[in-house]
Design a protein around this ligand. Structure first.
Ligand code: WT7
Length: 654
């Protein structure tokens, strides 16, 4: 078997669904033919699965590209679709959240209970003067209140900006400021790796220290008590969540908002130092989140137990923890902590405890479980699992096979889902009852989605070789812009294939003879570390912000577990070296980046060097640094201003 796995890159086996699975599947082959016959009619039908306070008559308005409008004359309330309508349909007693805290405490929350909580919180927010179009920042651990907070903001037509709890005070501050948030919803702290990790101090720091005349926008901070840790309190600004929510009325009528009402901003790294606030709106986003959640995962809301392991701080958590599952009335597991706390079988124990049937996680997690061996998952009963999903980066065939055999009992179909923060929902994926799966390939665009692999000029490359992934037609959950920066929106995604009007995804891809898509990683200066997007420029600017640093270059080097790892090459200022010992500098700078951006951005390696490889025009040649970081022979150096510099760097790195 192991030699078979070694040769899995030449893997040609396909895994068709079993006849039983295929016959009973939610998505049947006619989904493809319906979408192909009339795209707009197809999406209109998917949208009608939602409740519209005012039905739409228009489907897509693409008259002013790249600014799309979907279902524009319709009106709906996103939170009503995720909550009230299930209660009104008699499903109020169905469990929405099977929440598991890291220390082992647990809560079961029904749709009726979650609806009640969201109505109260909506009243609290309105009491603070938050209304239509206002921004609310959410900085919370993975606790039920995080989902409630998102829905309460949506319910009143305001816009949430969830900031991952692992981001630093600085990152939080720049996101709060960019969005102009009026309220922040946070917690004292949450459990991570067996102890309480505080959050409130980062909020205090993000809101404090304003310079002369620098006016912050935040008026109130709502604090969930979770960690029980001591916190500083600002009496005219801070309120306890539990006090405010229990004092608020549980009556709240969901008002209808236009389909294009903004729903959320989510910041993601781009090719410059400044993260982009990706803007999503309501009707189209919810339509595609619900449609993909149902069809890609073969969801049966009455009987399935869904578990997506993503944090709500990422788009996967937005679409497949909050909006998709709740719009579909599903029951899902939500877990607060890390996969290996307090023991390495924690995830499998949770699957066994709750009888999880659909499990969605990232290749980096699968690879780290592979390293610790199958004996750990084998101790648990995972027989409830019937569909497995993967997201965040290409899944190597070896990990795919392991996932299917060890977690999926050698029978569960795997859906490898390609999408992005910008796409809002899954775009490319096998359908579990239809597609014969190929390990390592994300395979085919979903019904209603149009994708091509093109060259630099936007012409199809067919199956002749690699190219760039382009989305050739607008889709309902597409981003509507970058918050406050329409120019950057056009430049980043639409200029590249302006002639064709295609969306440029930033990913390399290849189509095989069967028309199946293989993703080849980013083609820009964006790294993918553990399925999370990081920008080289952002980490470089954090590094040069340290007093020791004269210059820095960052590359993503391939890493067995995390996919890519951050590797930094740093030149130290002479003046700094004159006054400080060089020992421990690399460690110091690693920690510094962690503080500036967040632990996920902390470089795996920091190499102190004397020079960086530059072209005559002064551009850093990261390709050469990547060769060094990956331990390869250094490639062509002829375009360097000083061709000797790479041998110096290679020697210094050793
Ligand atoms: C980038 C988007 C989508 C939620 C998680 C990441 C890479 C994502 C896959 C996949 C190959 C993938 C791409 C993409 N990516 N899923 N199944 N196969 N690559 O969201 O942070 O917006 O990152 O992740 O490079 O562009 P994100």
């Amino acid at each position: 078997m192991s030699s078979q796995i070694d040769h899995v890159f030449e893997e040609t086996r396909v895994f068709p669904p079993s006849p039983e699975f295929a016959a009973a599947a939610v998505a049947q082959p006619d989904l493809y033919s319906e979408a192909a016959a009339d795209r707009d009619a197809f999406w209109a039908e998917q949208a009608r699965a939602l409740h519209w306070h005012k039905p739409f008559t228009e489907v897509l308005d693409w008259s002013t590209p790249p600014f799309a409008k979907w279902f524009a004359d319709g009106e709906l309330n996103v939170a009503y679709n995720c909550l009230d309508r299930h209660v009104e349909a008699g499903n109020g007693d169905r469990v929405a959240l099977l929440w598991e805290g890291e220390p082992g405490d647990a809560r079961r929350i029904t749709y009726a209970e979650l609806t009640d909580e969201v109505k109260r919180l909506a009243n609290v927010l309105e009491g603070f003067g938050v209304g239509h179009g206002d921004r609310v920042a959410i900085y919370l651990p993975m606790i039920p209140e995080a989902v409630a907070a998102m829905l309460a903001v949506a319910r009143i037509g305001a816009i949430h900006s969830v900031v991952f709890g692992g981001f630093s005070a600085d990152s939080l501050r720049s996101r709060i400021d960019d969005a102009g948030a009026k309220v922040v919803i946070t917690a004292d702290g949450g459990y991570r790796k067996g102890k309480v990790s505080a959050l409130k101090p980062a909020v205090d720091q993000a809101l404090g220290d304003r310079g002369e005349g620098e006016q912050g926008t935040v008026e109130h901070v709502i604090v969930v008590r979770r960690g029980g840790n001591d916190v500083d309190w600002s009496a005219d600004r801070d309120v306890w969540y539990h006090e405010a929510v229990s004092a608020a009325s549980a009556e709240h009528t969901a008002q209808a908002f236009p389909a294009e009402n903004p729903l959320f901003i989510l910041y993601t790294s781009g090719t410059t130092g400044k993260p982009k606030g990706i803007l999503h709106t309501s009707g189209g986003y919810l339509t595609q989140a619900a449609y993909t959640h149902k069809n890609v995962f073969d969801l049966r809301p009455e009987s399935d137990v869904f578990w997506c392991t993503a944090d709500i701080g990422w788009v996967t958590g937005h679409s497949y923890v909050t909006y998709g599952p709740l719009a579909n009335g599903a029951t899902q597991v939500m877990y607060e902590g890390t996969p290996d706390t307090p023991h390495p079988g924690r995830w499998w124990e949770i699957i066994q405890k709750y009888g999880v049937t659909i499990f969605y996680t990232a290749p980096t997690a699968i690879r780290s479980f592979m390293k610790s061996g199958r004996a750990i998952p084998n101790q648990y009963d995972l027989s409830s699992i019937r569909v497995l999903g993967s997201v965040g980066e290409p899944i190597n065939p070896e990990a795919w096979i392991w996932y299917r055999e060890v977690i999926g009992g050698d029978s569960a179909p795997i859906v490898d889902t390609w999408w992005q923060t910008e796409t809002g929902a899954i775009m490319v994926s096998p359908l579990p009852g239809i597609t014969a799966a190929k390990p390592g390939s994300a395979q085919v665009p979903l019904p209603g989605i149009s994708i091509d692999v093109v060259d630099d000029d936007g012409s199809s490359v067919g199956t002749t070789g690699g190219g760039l992934l382009a989305i050739t037609k607008p889709w309902p959950s597409m981003l509507r812009g970058i918050w406050g920066d329409p120019e950057r929106f056009k430049e980043t995604y639409w200029e590249k294939f302006e002639k064709q009007g295609y969306y440029f995804a930033g990913d390399g891809a290849r189509l095989d003879e069967d028309g199946d898509l293989w993703l080849l990683g980013r083609v820009d200066d964006v790294m993918n570390v553990s399925g999370h997007r990081l920008s080289t420029a952002e980490i470089e600017s954090a590094l040069v912000a340290h007093e020791a640093t004269a210059e820095a270059a960052v590359v993503g080097a391939s890493d067995e577990t995390t996919g890519q790892a951050v590797v930094a090459f740093v030149i130290i200022k002479e003046s700094y070296l004159a006054a400080h010992a060089p020992e421990g500098l690399a460690q110091l700078l690693r920690g510094w980046v962690g503080e500036q951006i967040g632990p996920i951005a902390r470089p795996r390696d920091v190499y102190i060097v004397n020079e960086l490889p530059k072209t005559r025009s002064g551009k850093i040649m990261r390709r050469l640094l990547r060769d060094v970081a990956e331990g390869r022979e250094v490639g062509d150096t002829t375009t360097l201003a000083d061709t000797a510099v790479m041998s110096v760097i290679s020697a210094q790195v050793k």
